[in-house]
Ligand binder design. Structure first.
Ligand SMILES: *[C@@H]1O[C@H](CO)[C@@H](O)[C@H](O)[C@H]1NC(C)=O
Ligand SMILES: *[C@@H]1O[C@H](CO)[C@@H](O)[C@H](O)[C@H]1NC(C)=O
Length: 631
């Protein structure tokens, strides 16, 4: 038997193993929703299967107009050969190209359409069947070159629906559809659980290169998400097992550990040279144990450091893919090597390895997730991710797994921006002067939302207007109010304390927003009108001068003498007191005089009454007595 037939036989075993173990093997096709919005008679929602390459807009949606090319209907050749372009005219809906299945790889059809300017591709199935996932060719280095560069999303639609679309298009109808990925990942709560089915093998060609590149690139975001408690990530590794009858064969011995229980394909697919399948199984097991040990010490994200460091420091190419090299990485990351050894167990034992047993069990589909058969596979909230394994695209998928508004900041970062704000500001409100905009790029597409700038809130509909409100608003573009500087003075119509209106400052008149005009106080306010005054209007105020050496008192709008002012008033006070005192003394004197006279009068009358009778005689003795008693 030649090498290649051994290889085929062995791959056959492994396939068999999976199917035997899981009597109901399932592969779940991840779907997005395709909504026909016009023409009226075929309006409605259809399922379509997300292609496993390109960049599906997880969490978002996309509207387009369907075009079915007149030639090259399978899209297997470049459309430029036929003079066909799908570039949509400015202002028109993007073009979704409809192509037929068959004759070449799905990815090639999508690549050709993308090159011709398509924004998305719908592939119509050619047989009546349930939807399948369009995958990339496994081993094909010529296609690998363009697959990397596919950025548009693609979806497979069933044959019947494809024919409906074609019929409408041939009848001259304009067919508009909306591709929607918003429900492609469930988003029940504020934590996303995701898992990556990966492999430590670095020599399997295009897919391994892509996976390694992804892990390196995604590490930063993964660690931010994990450290923030936003996600719970678990790495997984696929293993196969050798059927009982072959466990003692050379092939099973070189590919498997634990007596044929856990196997991996030979990295070079050559049993006689280089690394063997069991080296890969062992390193996979080590990586699982690194995760378990790191997870126990509440630092699960260290796994990302280990796998990237191992990739860099211990590649197969340099013959460093071994235990010694792995141990040095473990040591440099401060991980407990002994715990990891213990977790890995004995590879020679004729018994189950609990860690790998768990992995084989996890491979079988549960709930909405199908069996894991493709490597790499990313599962987000228990749904298999479809599309390119690329940082931005994966982050979008993970982010769309958060309940809306609970997504962490990394989801609103540059990596997942749709850049819709760059074009015409996304149609949102914008203040050109202060370059503040209500357009916010998110992975869900742009939103028009009045911003918060330097802690100051803008309020409004976000589309036509936003205005600052609340404390601190005058800091931002002067609160949208009038302000001007002139002759070294600056005036503003913004009142920080008032919520709402702009108001021209004192000395100005106007709407407070666009204009405030200086009031001529000299003419209009009757300021500075005393006889000695001379008035000069200034911007925002006025100046008043007094003739001679008089001084202008603004509060009283009058002129007074500069020197005597203080002295005079002091003297005035003294005079007032003196006069007061004099008056009081005079009064007291008069009273005294009056009383004295009265007394003298009554004495004289009493003396006189002894010599002659008087008219009022009867009263006299009383009076006299009275006065004497008092004296
Ligand atoms: C893919 O993109 C890269 C970089 O943008 C470019 O260098 C390469 O030529 C592209 N490949 C193809 C097949 O267009
Ligand atoms: C990691 O730790 C968390 C709790 O700290 C636990 O719920 C989870 O099951 C652990 N994962 C694995 C694979 O051990």
């Amino acid at each position: 038997m030649g090498k290649s037939s051994w290889k085929l036989l062995f791959l056959g075993f492994m396939f068999l193993c999976l199917n035997v173990r899981n009597s109901v093997s399932r592969f779940v096709v991840e779907k997005n929703s395709l909504m026909v919005t016009s023409p009226e008679k075929i309006k409605g929602s259809h399922d379509s299967a997300i292609g496993n390459f390109g960049i599906p807009q997880y969490g978002g949606s996309m509207a387009g107009s369907v075009v079915y090319p007149k030639e090259n209907r399978k899209g297997c050749k470049g459309f430029d050969e036929f003079g066909i372009s799908f570039q949509s005219k400015p202002g028109a809906l993007p073009t979704f190209v409809l192509v037929d299945r068959g004759d070449c790889f799905f990815a090639l059809k999508v690549w050709n359409a993308q090159k011709a300017g398509a924004s998305a591709v719908l592939v119509a199935d050619d047989i009546e069947e349930a939807l399948i996932t369009m995958d990339t060719p496994e081993e094909d280095s010529s296609s690998a070159k363009y697959i990397e560069n596919i950025t548009i999303p693609s979806a497979l639609i069933d044959k019947g629906f494809g024919e409906t679309l074609k019929k409408e298009l041939s009848g001259g109808e304009m067919v508009n559809v909306n591709l929607d990925w918003r429900e492609a990942v469930p988003h029940p709560d504020d934590r996303v659980e995701y898992e990556l089915w990966t492999n430590s093998n670095d020599e399997c060609g295009v897919k391994c290169d892509m996976l390694m590149h992804f892990v390196k690139e995604f590490r930063g975001a993964a660690q931010i998400l994990e450290k923030g408690g936003y996600t719970q990530f678990t790495p997984h590794y696929i293993t196969w097992y050798c059927p009982q009858t072959f466990t003692l064969s050379r092939q099973c011995k070189s590919q498997c550990i634990n007596h044929g229980r856990y196997c991996a394909p030979d990295p070079e697919q050559d049993f006689s040279s280089g690394y063997e399948g069991k080296d890969v199984v062992l390193e996979n097991l080590r990586q699982l144990c690194v995760f378990r040990v790191a997870n126990e010490s509440k630092k699960p994200w260290v796994w990302w450091d280990y796998v990237t460091d191992f990739q860099i420091r211990c590649p197969m190419k340099e013959k460093k893919y071994n235990k010694d090299c792995a141990d040095s990485v473990i040591k440099s990351l401060g991980l407990d090597g002994q715990k990891i050894e213990k977790c890995m167990g004995d590879e020679q034992a004729d018994s189950d390895n609990p860690v790998l047993k768990d992995e084989q069990d996890a491979q079988v589909g549960k709930g909405s997730r199908g069996d894991v058969t493709i490597l790499p596979t990313l599962v987000v909230n228990n749904r298999q991710y479809r599309g390119k394994l690329e940082k931005g695209a994966v982050l979008k998928a993970i982010c769309s797994g958060f309940e809306e508004t609970t997504e962490p900041a990394v989801c609103l970062s540059g990596d997942v921006e749709t850049n819709e704000c760059l074009d015409n500001n996304g149609g949102c409100w914008k203040d050109i002067v202060a370059s503040i905009t209500a357009c916010k790029d998110t992975f869900r597409g742009r939103v028009c939302e009045c911003p918060v700038v330097d802690g100051v809130q803008f309020k409004g509909d976000g589309y036509n207007h936003c205005e600052v409100s609340g404390p601190g608003k005058c800091k931002i573009n002067n609160g949208g109010c009038w302000h001007e500087s002139k002759d070294g003075h600056t005036y503003s119509a913004c009142l920080d304390s008032e919520d709402g209106k702009c108001q021209c400052p004192q000395g100005f008149r106007g709407d407070g927003i666009k204009n405030c005009q200086d009031v001529d106080e000299c003419k209009e306010k009757k300021a500075c009108q005393c006889p000695e005054c001379s008035c000069k209007n200034t911007w925002g105020s006025y100046e008043c001068t007094c003739s001679g050496d008089l001084l202008y008192i603004r509060d009283h709008d009058t002129c007074i003498s500069k020197e005597a002012r203080e002295v005079r008033s002091a003297w005035a006070a003294v005079w007032v007191i003196l006069i007061g005192l004099a008056l009081a003394a005079g009064g007291a004197y008069l009273v005294y005089k009056y009383k004295l006279r009265r007394y003298m009068d009554s004495e004289i009358r009493a003396i006189m009454a002894q010599y002659m009778p008087l008219d009022s005689q009867s009263e006299v003795p009383n009076h006299t007595n009275d006065e004497h008693e008092r004296a």
